[in-house]
Design a protein around this ligand. Sequence first.
Ligand code: GLN
Length: 241
Amino acid sequence: MKLTIGHLYPDLLNLYGDRGNIQCLMRRCQWRGIEAETIAFELGDKIDFSRLDIVLLGGGSDREQMLVCEKLKEIQPDFKKYVEDGGVVIAICGGYQLLGKYYKTEQGTITGLDLVDLYTEQGEGRLISNIVLKSDLFDMPIVGFENHGGRTCINNCKPLGKVLYGSGNDGQTGYEGVVYKNVIGTYLHGPLLPKNPQLADWLIAHALEKKYGKAVELAPLDDTEEKAANDYVYHRFVKES
Ligand code: GLN
């Protein structure tokens, strides 16, 4: 088996090192004997979505998002088809905002990909915090760090999780992220996947299922350290707050 990961615009959307998330996906495939390759796309590159099994859209500052948004118009129809066909996407922070219709900032409005029914508007101050979620996709909590000025409204979409600590989509609804078909969008940036191997495996399993047309049972890996770290964060921020 083999998976091809498309990393969209790492030269611009790579706030807090999203390459680490790519490395995590690659290694978790390779440790199980699943071949994995990554194709990094720069602005202007032609993207053949039919070759991709997982797409990663990373975080970016407002300025970088503005630069990318012009190009998104060109890839939107193919990207939309990929998503509607069940293609796997992980979109983080600035990339999460770009999944939606728009991101309105004081400097102007960034037009998004309109792949998921959500939109973002800049609010007062930034939401910066450690964050812990309970998602019904996993037993283990999702842990991470958020730093965003935008507040995201996901309309009637399913959130990724309920916020147990931190702010989440808008600091008010008590929810974080979005799940639509095989797309996950989240404000948890930096080492999202190394910290949350359950999420990395969800992406891998869904990509294999889509590609090979049958449910795939992933061989377990030794995540003892990740689980201990997750447990520490949960107890530190949720139980003691
Ligand atoms: N520029 C966006 C915001 O501040 C996203 C930032 C990020 O990717 N951390 O809301």
